[in-house]
Ligand binder design. Structure first.
Ligand SMILES: O=C(O)CCC(=O)C(=O)O
Ligand SMILES: [Fe+2]
Length: 487
């Protein structure tokens, strides 16, 4: 991936496919009723990786560029090429070597072209430049430069190992998400499963909640260790939220739309990345049930991997500034393009075994995140090449699927935040998403979404009536902490 990042990315201008894996919002979002079908290079690359795991990433990138950014064209070219070529091994190992796991802290290192890590002279503030990746290790640097905070050695070591072992056993039941790409069903480049508290919730998760336009098939009940960990995660995340509000947010106040209530997780998504090439492309987590400005607690176990984050740039700033004609305009455009280039750089947060990353309230709407394929990984004594990740999430009762809008094709609309267009930046909308679910056709349903200051939906009268009628009619999701007492 470094080789890919160090190179100037080819400009892939032709809007083509879009896709999603369940539970996340793809890299570029559509604004207004018409869907924008452009995807970022990373998403396109991730799609190609999942379609052609036997081919090296650099090669895929070149082919993608030569096909003008069309995943479909690149893929069909590769399929033709592959059927003529001798068969290669299914598992991609080329270019991947295993190194020694290092635990560096309190240093900011940048990776130079030759792949070596060098300390940065100026520690703060950090600016990221287009094509450059800044590597962050220490909690101080993560907090100062990203919308995240990190706690290393979060659980007592034995507890972390027990949880890891438990989830490695569980990972036998994990599966790949499927999403629709043109007339093809594509699988996510890692496996996953959702965990909830009770058997009733299992029913709700598989029959009521949708992800990326489809019902979730792979849901299981939380294991004892997942539950006891959730209590600790809950406490730590609430402390981190309070620190963030006090030390970072304007006037020491929570963000608009952020919930003022204590954070209480009621769902856990568990991912397994088996080997260095397993990954997840740039995305923001789906807001549909989390609501605006959600906080997510993310625990990493096993092999250390890089968590890349980058800001979402409004499309208006994404223009070529070279055509200015006056010195004033030149200065202005230079400033603008520098800001743009800085914002285009990436930040890599290293996630060692037993680290808790808190994605704060500004993360999902303003930034994208990814687990990029690695060139080298260090095997973990318990998990070998595997990394397990748990994201603890709090589904808001006020966004229970009983209340959220349905689109014309009968599916649940999904909630997204407009980011790319400056005039609508920060506005929320309900949209149809069925077209991206395997075997379904979508409609063009669109409705602006309104929220009060605390992020609770403000429904129109018809929806409000539905809400009042059904508020006591069916149970919501139980918080892990509430259900722990009955264990
Ligand atoms: O594996 C990770 O650390 C991130 C996973 C993630 O982004 C997700 O599940 O939405
Ligand atoms: Fe995510």
């Amino acid at each position: 991936m470094e080789a890919f990042l160090a190179r100037k990315k080819p400009r892939l201008s032709q809007p083509q496919a879009r896709s999603d894996r369940a539970g996340v919002t793809p890299s570029n979002e559509s604004e207004g009723a018409s869907a924008d079908t452009e995807e970022s290079t990373d998403i396109k690359l991730a799609m190609l990786i999942s379609l052609h795991p036997e081919i090296k990433q650099d090669e895929l990138l070149d082919i993608l560029a030569s096909c003008d950014g069309s995943v479909e064209e690149a893929s069909s070219l590769l399929s033709t090429k592959n059927s003529a070529a001798p068969t290669r091994s299914k598992k991609r190992t080329a270019g991947v070597s295993l190194g020694i796991q290092s635990s560096l802290s309190s240093h900011i290192l940048t990776k130079s072209e030759d792949g070596s890590l060098r300390p940065m002279k100026e520690i703060k503030p950090l600016t990221t430049k287009k094509g450059q990746t800044i590597h962050l290790y220490s909690p101080e640097d993560v907090a100062a430069n990203t919308p995240c905070t990190i706690i290393h050695n979060f659980l007592p070591p034995e507890e972390a190992n027990t949880l890891l072992k438990e989830l490695l056993d569980e990972s036998e039941h994990f599966s790949r998400y499927e999403f629709q790409l043109f007339n093809r069903t594509v699988q996510s480049p890692h496996t996953a499963c959702v965990y909830v508290s009770t058997p009733e919730e299992y029913q709700q998760q598989t029959k009521e909640y949708t992800y990326g336009g489809t019902y979730r098939a792979n849901v299981r009940q939380a294991t004892p260790q997942l539950r006891s960990t959730s209590r600790k995660v809950q406490q730590a995340v609430n402390e981190e939220i309070q620190n963030r509000i006090k030390n970072v947010y304007p006037d020491g106040k929570k963000l608009k739309f952020q919930s003022p209530k204590p954070w209480r997780p009621n769902a856990a998504f568990v991912n397994c990345y088996d080997g260095p090439t397993e990954s997840v492309g740039y995305h923001a987590d789906e807001l549909t049930y989390l609501g605006p400005h959600p906080v997510i607690g993310s625990l990493s176990l096993g092999v250390e991997r890089e968590f890349r984050v980058r800001r979402i740039i409004p499309r208006d700033e994404d223009e070529d500034q070279s055509s200015s004609s006056s010195p004033r305009k030149d200065a202005k455009s230079a400033k603008k393009s520098t800001a743009h280039a800085d914002a285009q750089g990436q930040i890599s947060i290293h996630l060692p075994h037993n680290s808790l990353l808190v994605m704060h309230a500004e993360m999902q709407e303003e930034w994208k995140h990814a687990i990029t394929p690695a060139q080298t990984i260090s095997p973990h004594p318990i998990s070998g090449n595997r990394r397990i990740n748990i994201t603890y999430r709090w589904y808001r009762e006020s966004l229970n699927p009983r209340f959220t809008p349905r689109c014309r094709c009968g599916t649940h609309a999904i909630l997204r935040c407009s980011q790319r267009k400056q005039e609508s930046r920060g506005r929320y909308m309900w949209m149809c998403y069925a077209g991206f679910a395997p075997g379904k056709q979508g409609c063009s349903f669109f409705q602006w979404a309104e929220f009060d200051d605390d992020g609770n939906p403000v429904w129109d009268q018809k929806q409000e009536q539905k809400h009042v009628e059904s508020v006591d009619a069916a149970p919501g999701l139980a918080h892990f902490s509430a259900s722990q007492s009955s264990q």
